[in-house]
Write a protein that binds this ligand. Structure first.
Ligand SMILES: Cc1cc2nc3c(=O)[nH]c(=O)nc-3n(C[C@H](O)[C@H](O)[C@H](O)COP(=O)(O)O)c2cc1C
Length: 330
């Protein structure tokens, strides 16, 4: 039976599988976003990944033109399997001094899906709505979820334990339950969703979408060091450490990269939140340049390959897992 997604905003309907590829700092570039969208899931990137040199034309403008043109070409050539829409991530933290400029560029390009993180702001939601876009705000608990919707976000990304990057600590089941007690709008669930089985579990827990990042690091299209891609393939959940040291926000990292930087991943100090910085001077100490983020779900990643292969695998697994469970209820 086809999935009924008519309750969702237009931009989120008709995906091949109910999956959103999450934005990854440095790693998500147009090549990866285009591959994700062509494979039938929402592709995304952080606006801050598009960094031009001083005095140069804004790279974000160039990227958005490139993504639109390539997806339009694809849709004209493949009217029966059109690409999914793309999303741009805005870091709404006060240290992001590019925010106003980036909002203007995204509004001009009529970006269909806006993913916001680190602080909900009314003016960002208004900018998205002014061009017909929708906003999914990233939260790690029910309190932040309420705040985001009060400030005008259309939907939520619920970031549960085990997610890559700035992860939460709550069980996905607890978080989804609390959000669904009061919110009927679109919710994507994040945290180690790397297989069709876990995507189905996210849907069963009440989410409209899964939200997946780390497996896409190990793809041909990802802008990541080949050694990082290999470490994703070689690592599993035991190889992930949760720490606030590297950005001031708690997040999950590959222990191997922490060891390579000369530190003991099992004895890391805690950082001060005031060290959070998303400005142009977002420089890490030299030893931290190769600290690599990842969620716990990477045991499912067995090789580096095209992003489409990940989507194809998850789609196959999702259908098989769904059919198996449906048989129990038939
Ligand atoms: C290396 C890395 C970089 C990330 N960068 C961002 C970012 O710039 N903005 C953001 O909203 N989330 C970022 N995230 C978090 C993801 O968007 C998402 O919540 C997470 O990847 C989902 O968990 P998973 O990796 O277990 O699939 C990042 C995650 C990783 C692993």
């Amino acid at each position: 039976m086809p999935r009924d997604d008519t309750h969702l905003p237009h931009a989120l309907r008709g995906l091949r599988i109910p999956l959103i590829a999450s934005p990854l700092f440095i790693i998500s570039v147009p090549k990866l976003v285009i591959a994700q969208c062509k494979a039938g899931i929402v592709g995304s990137f952080p606006a801050l990944n598009a960094r031009e040199g001083a005095g140069e034309h804004p790279l974000l403008d160039t990227w958005l033109t490139e993504i639109r043109e390539e997806l339009d070409r694809h849709n004209q050539a493949n009217p029966d399997s059109p690409a999914a829409p793309f999303a741009v991530n805005q870091i709404v933290h006060r240290s992001n001094e590019r925010l106003e400029r980036d909002l203007e560029i995204c509004t001009r390009h009529k970006v269909p899906i806006w993913i916001t993180s680190l602080g909900a702001r009314v003016e960002v939601n208004e900018a998205a709505h002014s061009c017909g876009g929708i906003v999914m705000h990233d939260v790690i608990n029910n309190k932040f979820a309420r705040k985001a919707i009060e400030k005008g976000a259309d939907g939520l990304v619920a970031v549960a334990a085990g997610a890559g990057g700035h992860a939460g600590q709550q069980s996905p089941f607890a978080l989804m339950r609390e959000i669904r007690e009061w919110f009927n709008g679109p919710v994507a669930l994040s945290g180690a969703i790397a297989t069709g089985e876990s995507l189905l579990a996210a849907r069963a827990a009440g989410a409209d979408f899964g939200y997946t990042g780390s497996p896409f690091i190990a793809t041909d299209e990802a802008n990541a060091d080949p050694a990082y891609k290999d470490m994703i393939v070689e690592s599993g959940a035991d190889d992930i450490v949760y720490s606030s040291l590297f950005t001031g926000v708690w997040g999950n990292y590959l222990k191997g990269s922490v060891k390579n930087a000369g530190m003991d991943p099992d004895n890391l100090p805690t950082a001060d939140v005031s060290s959070m910085n998303f400005g142009a001077d977002r420089e890490k100490p030299k030893a931290w340049k190769t600290i690599w983020g990842s969620g716990q779900g990477i045991g499912a990643v067995k090789s580096v390959g095209p992003a489409k292969d990940i989507v194809d695998r998850i789609a196959r697994e999702y259908a098989a897992a769904g059919a198996k469970l449906a048989a129990e209820f038939s």
